[in-house]
Design a protein. Structure first.
Length: 107
């Protein structure tokens, strides 16, 4: 079985995006990178977050193999990893569930 077929990846994505501090920021980063590769500065501007917040969360995503780094250190861009793209449906389900949960809280 390849690491791309690992059934525990759903649990890993759940923990990184829902079960830990900063999960919402990491989910936003993954959503943006799924649309277009960006560097940390571009992510900070797009998400209107502090650069250090972005770099911290990007490093968590790299460590957990959900994004990959391309290019030289300065200006390096981030893209979704093969593991993440192979499990995009788990990510979408988590995002949908979180949106529904937020909707209930507002009622």
């Amino acid at each position: 079985m390849s690491s791309y077929d690992d059934p525990s990846i759903d649990h890993e994505i759940l923990w990184i995006l829902v079960g830990s501090k900063g999960g919402q920021t990491r989910a936003r980063i993954l959503k943006i990178l799924s649309e277009k590769p960006m560097n940390a500065h571009q992510l900070a501007e797009t998400l209107e977050l502090n650069y250090h917040t972005i770099t911290y969360n990007v490093n968590v995503l790299i460590k957990n193999r959900l994004i990959e780094v391309e290019g030289p250190h300065y200006g390096q861009t981030y893209t979704p990893s093969k593991i993440f793209t192979s499990n995009i449906n788990a990510f979408k389900k988590l995002i949908e569930a979180a949106a529904k949960e937020q909707g209930r809280d507002g009622d």
